[in-house]
Design a protein around this ligand. Sequence first.
Ligand SMILES: [Zn+2]
Length: 379
Amino acid sequence: MGKYNPLEIIRERHILITLLTLLLMMNLISCNSDESYYSADDFGKVPKIDAHFHYLSFDNTYMKYAISQNFRLITPIWEGEEVPIDVQFRLSDSIHSMFPEHYAFFASFPTDNINSEGFAEKTIEHIKSSLESGAAGVKIWKNIGMVLKYPDGRFIMVDDPVFDPVFKFLEDNNIPVIAHLGEPKDCWLPFDEMTDPGDVSYYRNNPQYHMYYHTEVPSYEKQIEARDNLLMKHPKLDFTGAHLGSLEWSVDELAKRLENFPKMKVDLAARMYHLQYQSGRDYDHVRNFIIKYQDRIVYGTDSEVNDLPGAEAAAITERLGKGWKANWMYLATDSVINNTRGLKLPSTVIDKIYFNNSKRVFSSVRLWPLRELPTLYTH
Ligand SMILES: [Zn+2]
């Protein structure tokens, strides 16, 4: 048995500690300087949520396809004329019962009784029963501000006192709200001033929705102002502004609101074009905006799927897949597609936008009466 030289042991320890420190420093340096990024091939591997997806079908084919692409879906029910909210509720309830881990939905409430006594109380009851039946939150729609009126003809905006008890209830109970308020700014502009060619053809075919010709409807600015007032009145409301909060034309205007309203988030649904339009002009500005507000931006597409015969359903599925992949290429990689260079956001940012910022919706503890929900949002 050899003799241990105490000095030798101290020296060995010293070398070991130095080595460990060096390794730790190298690790820290590499974490700071080498952001990691996803590639085109990672699309299928990364868990994703499409947080604005209109599932208007009892057919679960689309859901199975979404899961195969590593997507979960959230459907916001809206109070439009095409599909009544109770029908949408039945559709969502059916898909939700089949895929509770992968599918969630936001309920809506009827506003046809807005001018009658007890509107707020009835609305709160409706919301409670929707949550009891599995809804994860509430969606409000642009009919507030653009369609609903008092008997004297005045438009009812979203910051109107008639809604105060409803929003207070949502705020007090930490119930997530998705709000599609107003329209893209293009809607109020003449054709030659519109940004999105898609808007030009849409409003040519649907002049009834082109607000440039409907001066009786409150202006674009009034819609945004009413939404801002709502957030001022209810600063703790868990609020997601759909379609880049209807400020799709300027990341700077959007940034002002994200600064002013710390609980506000926005989804990207159907407004990727506007983001690309701006990044095509000032790449770093848009990229830095997204990185700065990485906790407040939620991926969504506004896709819609319906009950259709096999071949047509297959075509929809194919279009869906193409759209999802094109968005991934733009956000996660720097590939140039249709003259647009991708933003190549760090993988940590992609994980937030595509998953973490929406995952609270899939919390299992969401049935009424609501217990303390895990807060993923610490603003
Ligand atoms: Zn939508």
